[in-house]
Design a protein around this ligand. Structure first.
Ligand code: DGJ
Length: 533
């Protein structure tokens, strides 16, 4: 029979003990309109890397840790497979998890665990054999033609309870083995949930539920008029129906885990915003937290702290559209998966510069290790994302402080956009990309061939700035209308942060500053004090 527990009431259970756990347990805070992920009691920015789907085994993990260090990532995303954790019903094996935690500790990085349970990319591939082989107990989605699809239906208690039991066993294991160091800072519940192969479950039980009035929580959260699913949602009814039951199911799993160990939890979404013909259930899983249904997810799944869209788009317009739609007063921006091309390395700067953003993670550290350009490999580096992480990781404290105070500006090069204006309290600035040429409108960047320019500029004090990035040239100016028309550097320091303290390596001057503050391809972190005259 369709779910009793999967009702809105069960979905709205309080998050037991969330505030009772003392630091340094990782937690998500929301104060003064700002979200912060606190790790070890301090604001944290996820500069992540996800391993390949089948690499969460000791044999693969051992080989990956050196690449993790080369990438300068601070957080590694490691899948935990239901099929491996509970190969026989009720018998649990967490040896993979233990190996991941040990490896992460030895490498000095944190972990996000990805629960590959009922859903992985719209399918049930990671459910254990005892689930797959017993469709009577754990029903699959039935498509409109009456054929079973390789995805569990979100409507049935047996499946939700079995998943919740395994997930809470995982959370209990983390509580017992990781409560001292909190190597695991967040947990992703399921992976790109929803169904691929059908827009909803068309089984007789599901059809009965589909003919019922839409639950109040859905109607109210989405400001709709009451009616059946078809009446309320029209052509979007199958996806909305699938999404509601998926949200309730996932909340049930997350709540069970949180009841034993309240780590921050999130879901990742295969976004609906794509080019081409959009058909939920075929072009993307039907049932995920797509943007049109976010209000419903927030109402139905309160045990999920963050909803993050996996964002692989290389076009900055679509990339930013997706990011902006998931950035809301009730949801901080978090990108659980992104690519590792030059475009993605640039996009990272937009994400990190967004107030309240928790961070970003590049998918496929295995791939990037195999693709290390030789010259970078010799310098113990792994490409553009590694340049970003090497610059951003040590500076994360001042960057987050400036960003969330409204004092951080992002400048990213795009095709045809080679100069970006930045505005601060007492100064304006311009980030220029590529060779500088004099023109009628002044000295301008003419663009890098590889579109690699990106910079962050943080105002640390009214006349003091942190400037970091790659392949950019930054120049400050008095603000328009200022009676003082010129800017002089009191000093320009090259250096880096170590444990939050700035260490100057040298003072730059002469050729190194006369033509602007130069951020070479390898990246550079500068602190500069200005005066106007
Ligand atoms: C998105 C999924 O969430 C990942 O697990 C992985 O399959 C990537 N796609 C591959 O591009």
């Amino acid at each position: 029979m369709p779910s009793k527990i999967l009702s809105a009431c069960a979905a709205l259970l309080p998050i037991a003990g969330l505030t009772a756990i003392a630091e340094p347990m990782p937690k998500l805070t929301h104060e003064n309109d700002t979200y912060t992920l606190q790790v070890d009691g301090k604001p944290y920015l996820v500069l992540g890397a996800q391993i390949h789907n089948s690499s969460g085994w000791p044999a693969s993990l051992d080989a990956l840790w050196p690449s993790v260090r080369q990438l300068h990532a601070n957080t590694i995303m490691v899948p935990v497979y239901w099929e491996a954790v509970e190969p026989e019903q009720g018998k649990f094996d967490f040896s993979n998890v233990d190996a991941a935690i040990k490896g992460a500790r030895d490498s000095g990085v944190r972990l996000t665990l990805l629960w590959f349970g009922t859903w992985k990319n719209g399918g049930m591939d990671y459910t254990p054999p005892w689930v797959k082989s017993d469709p009577q107990t754990y029903p699959r989605v039935i498509d409109a033609d009456g054929h079973p699809v390789d995805a569990l239906s979100p409507l049935f208690d047996n499946s939700a309870n079995a998943d919740a039991k395994a997930f809470s066993a995982l959370m209990q294991h983390l509580k017992e083995t990781d409560s001292d160091k909190h190597t695991v800072i967040m947990v992703q519940v399921e992976n790109e949930a929803g169904t691929l192969g059908s827009d909803r479950d068309y089984s007789p039980d599901a059809n009965k539920a589909f003919a019922q009035p839409v639950p109040d929580v859905v109607v109210n959260s989405l400001h709709k008029k009451a009616g059946t699913w078809q009446e309320v949602f029209g052509p979007d009814a199958p996806e909305s129906f699938a999404s509601y039951y998926t949200a309730v199911y996932i909340n049930h799993v997350a709540a069970a885990g949180k009841a034993v160990n309240p780590l921050p939890m999130y879901v990742n979404v295969w976004p609906r915003e794509q080019s081409g013909l959009l058909r939920p259930g075929y072009s993307s899983p039907s049932g995920g937290a797509v943007t049109a249904l976010l209000d419903m997810w927030k109402a139905v799944a309160p045990s999920i702290d963050v909803i993050g869209a996996d964002n692989y788009d290389t076009n900055f317009d679509l990339y930013l559209t997706i990011a902006q739609r998931y950035t809301r007063p009730d949801n901080p921006l978090f990108v659980p998966e992104t690519g590792h091309t030059m475009a993605h390395a640039r996009h990272m700067f937009y994400i990190i510069g967004t107030p309240s953003a928790l961070g970003i993670s590049m998918f496929g550290i295995n791939t990037i290790s195999a693709e290390i350009p030789e010259s970078l490999a010799q310098r113990n580096d792994t490409g553009e994302v590694a340049i970003n992480y090497r610059l951003l990781g040590p500076a994360m404290g001042p960057i987050l402080a400036a960003r969330d105070a409204g004092h951080l500006q992002t400048a990213v090069e795009e095709d045809g956009i080679s100069n970006r204006e930045l505005k601060f309290d007492n100064y304006d600035a311009v980030a220029r990309f590529g060779p500088i040429r004099s023109s009628y409108s002044g000295e301008k960047g003419t663009g890098n061939m590889d579109l690699s320019g990106r910079a962050l500029v943080a105002q640390l004090a009214p006349d003091e700035f942190l400037v970091l990035g790659s392949n950019a040239n930054v120049v400050f100016s008095p603000k328009l209308g200022d009676s003082q028309k010129h800017v002089s550097y009191l000093w320009v320091e090259e250096g880096s942060y170590e444990n939050g303290t700035w260490h100057r390596t040298r003072l730059l001057n002469g050729d190194e500053t006369y033509f602007g503050l130069i951020l070479p391809h390898d990246g550079q972190t500068l602190r500069v004090k200005l005066m106007k005259y």
